[in-house]
Design a protein around this ligand. Structure first.
Ligand code: ZN
Ligand code: ZN
Ligand code: FE
Length: 758
């Protein structure tokens, strides 16, 4: 057989992740000659041998690539053979670094875990054990190239044993930048609430005893601090809620392994894979209502957010000690997660009884990611640790590098280079100065480590968003304003690599419309360049503006007033009976006189109104609580909807919601159970939008529907509308790589801005 030589250039996350030793082993196993080295584009391989061996090599190259690596592009060129029988790792060429990517932080691997628990290993019970295939990356990097002096490991010099591993291509710690051991690496320290060091041989065991006695611990991790308590201890969980100022928003949990999680939740095969995969997100799982779990962990919710341990430290903490721990972000309500030791001692002092600190600095704050599995599909609620900075790939390259500033809530920014869009970690709500700082730092840092200088800045159309204001203040760069729901539609198209006209069902809380009203229940027809607002929910007054978001009862009054006019006062409803006369009058006057009552077509606000009407939630203490609890109230055995709402009305323009509200009221007056009403409401609303999509299809001849916006985090609604759209024969685009909520907005802003500057 003829000998061939292939030149293979690989781009992606392939440096500092054990890629070259892997290629070396593979080439030798396949009996190929040649070499591998790092170059400015990633990794360059030349292999030579007979054709079937080359084919095996190439397929195994993709199949067996190291866990931290991600091949984004692979080009192959056939070149002249050089009669080379040996395979070697070549010295790296000076990298121009421009296309090199840093890996996300990855859960401790099985090899390291075996060492962690093996008494004869020199790293037995060492909480910072890691290797080329696992450990922190993104969060310990201050710049590129990704090399120890540009990470927070720079203050630790490798001992002789660690250094030998680091320099041996055959060792699984070859060029593992965070490599360390008890002799030369980071260490744990236990401090009491006053910041005094507690003398102990084993800070972890001491922390375990404190947690067992119901204390609240501030634990420094990979991307920030966690506040931890024993999840079986009601008193401790209640205490944590009180101190944190977090009344009811669910807490995340951590358990040792799948079997432990299954004590509390049903776990499907896909969910098990996601839970135990190397990115270790928090996975929202159906609760079994296990009585031993403190009910305060997740009040009034059918789902629990569980993650498995992802650092060696977590394993040492949980193993043989706790069935489950609450592990919530170390911060006050909506501030960014705390990362520094000093910062923790100052800001978490009133929250934690003790501190478990370490001296490996966290340079990039990165919260735990939150996902769920809908059907068999992964959906992000928050895309952060484990996923950032892995890029989202577009079908075609952007012309110029673009920075997108995202929205106002659940902010995340993005930067593009060619066909890669780098989304930042979850930044949060930009309404406090600390988060705004984090926003600016993230923009700087991402530009830095990617060596991208954007030529344009994309931002939301809303003039009052702090992200918009920041964008406009950057005088030297041209800016492009992108309508909020257009960005949502573009985001779901972009991540599905579609750049052609699509019908968008874009349902969320609020976004600034091009007519100056607040949008949020939109049927759009558009592409990256432009869009048409085909249909929308009948706009209702939002009495009190943002106050109405905190107090859904205001929206309920608005909805009733819309549906019944003056007759609202005669309605015989528990909701009306519970409403003080002066409050009712105040709202009605605001609406009549159009005082601070902007019109909104928001779908989220309609959920709020119904939730309040059903007396499920009239005031909220965390975002979207009213809608979430309305979903949780659903009787899942219900199969009917109210009626074909729109069959009598029009299917474009403002979609009437009057009859929907009236149906809900009729049911209430007939003492229909709340669970039935909630289900009927969800199903009817889904039908309304599907019919509007059908009408849009007749108009534009496009059979593709994209779903985006925070409302699609509602599982019942999402799965039902997905089923109805499939029955109508639509091709469906949904979010799988970025959140459907505003956390995915920046992706859409990038592609819309790119289209507008072409
Ligand atoms: Zn490892
Ligand atoms: Zn060492
Ligand atoms: Fe939105």
């Amino acid at each position: 057989m003829k000998t061939l030589r292939h030149k293979i250039q690989i781009q992606g996350i392939v440096q500092g992740v054990g890629f070259r030793p892997f290629v070396y082993r593979l080439a030798r196993e396949c009996h190929l000659g040649g070499f591998v080295n790092n170059n400015s584009n990633g990794v360059l391989i030349e292999v030579e041998g007979v054709e079937d061996r080359l084919l095996t090599f190439r397929s195994r190259l993709h199949r067996e690539a190291p866990p931290l690596s991600k091949i984004i592009d692979c080009t192959i060129e056939v070149i002249q053979p050089e009669r080379q029988n040996e395979f070697r790792i070549e010295q790296s060429h000076k990298t121009a670094r421009s296309a090199v990517m840093i890996a996300p932080d990855i859960s401790v691997c099985d090899d390291c875990l075996r060492e962690l628990f093996s008494p004869e290993d020199r790293r037995h019970r060492y909480p910072f054990i890691n290797c080329t295939n696992c450990g922190p990356r993104y969060t310990i990097v201050e710049g590129i190239p990704y090399d120890r002096p540009l990470t927070s490991m720079k203050i630790f010099s490798l001992c002789a044993a660690c250094s030998e591993e680091y320099h041996d291509p055959g060792n699984r710690r070859f060029h593992a930048q965070p490599n360390a051991c008890p002799d030369c690496g980071p260490k744990l320290r236990l401090l009491d609430n006053s910041g005094n060091v507690v003398t102990t041989d084993d800070p972890i065991e001491a922390a375990v005893s404190l947690l067992k006695s119901g204390k609240i611990g501030a634990l420094r991790g990979i991307g920030g601090f966690h506040l931890a308590v024993d999840a079986h201890n009601s008193l401790a969980v209640r205490e944590l809620r009180q101190r944190k100022g977090r009344a009811e928003k669910p807490f995340a949990l951590m358990a040792l392994d799948l079997a432990a999680v299954e004590n509390y939740c049903t776990v499907s095969k896909t969910e098990a894979e996601v839970l135990s995969g190397p990115t270790r997100p928090i996975v929202l799982l159906r609760s079994k209502n296990t009585p031993t779990l403190a009910p305060e962990v997740v009040p009034r919710n059918r789902y629990l957010g569980f993650m498995l341990p992802y650092t060696p430290f977590h394993y040492l903490l949980l193993k043989d000690n706790f069935a489950a721990l609450v592990m919530t972000s170390g911060n006050y309500s909506e501030e960014p997660i705390v990362i520094g030791n000093e910062e923790a001692l100052a800001r978490l002092k009133s929250l934690a009884d003790f501190f478990l600190l370490h001296d490996r600095e966290i340079l990039q704050r990165c919260d735990d990611s939150v996902v769920r599995v809908a059907g068999s599909q992964l959906q992000f609620t928050r895309r952060s640790r484990g996923y950032v900075p892995t890029p989202v790939l577009l079908a075609s390259a952007t012309n110029k590098p673009i920075l997108a500033c995202g929205g106002e809530l659940k902010n995340s920014i993005a930067i593009s280079r060619d066909n890669a869009v780098f989304m930042s970690q979850h930044i949060g709500d930009l309404d406090n100065p600390a988060t705004l700082d984090f926003f600016q730092n993230s923009i700087e840092h991402l530009q830095n480590i990617l060596e991208i200088k954007p030529d344009f800045i994309a931002h939301d159309l809303h003039p009052e968003y702090l992200s918009t204001k920041w964008a406009i203040e950057q005088n030297e760069l041209p800016t492009v304003a992108v309508q909020h729901h257009h960005a949502h539609l573009a985001a779901v198209m972009a991540e599905n690599q579609i750049d052609a006209t699509t019908i968008g069902l874009i349902l969320d809380g609020t976004g600034y419309g091009i007519d100056g009203t607040i949008w949020g229940g939109e049927v759009l027809i558009g592409d990256f360049r432009s869009f048409e607002r085909f249909a929308w929910l009948q706009p209702l007054p939002l009495p009190g503006g943002s106050a109405a978001i905190q107090q859904p009862w205001r929206m309920a009054v608005s909805a009733l007033y819309h549906a019944y006019g003056e007759e609202i006062v005669e309605l015989n409803l528990p909701f009306m009976a519970g409403l003080k006369q002066d409050r009712l009058n105040m709202i009605l006057q605001m609406i009549d006189k159009q005082v601070n009552s902007p019109l909104t077509s928001s779908c989220g606000r309609l959920f709020d109104a119904i939730s309040a009407l059903l007396a499920i939630r009239t005031e909220i203490n965390y975002e979207a609580q009213a809608a979430i609890e309305l979903e949780m109230a659903i009787d899942e055995s219900v199969r009917e909807s109210y009626f074909n709402l729109v069959s009598a009305g029009k299917l474009h323009g403002a979609l009437a919601v009057k009859s929907l509200i009236r149906c809900v009221v009729d049911d209430l007056q007939n003492n229909v159970p709340v669970g039935t009403i909630s289900a009927r409401f969800h199903r009817t609303l889904a039908e309304v939008f599907v019919q509007a999509a059908v009408a849009a299809r007749s108009k534009c001849g496009v059979n593709r529907v994209g779903l985006s916006g925070g409302v699609f985090q509602n599982q019942y609604f999402f799965l039902h509308i997905k089923k109805l759209l499939a029955e109508e024969g639509f091709e469906l685009l949904t979010h799988k790589q970025v959140p459907a909520n505003d956390g995915g907005l920046a992706l859409g802003q990038i592609v819309v801005a790119n289209a507008s500057i072409q």
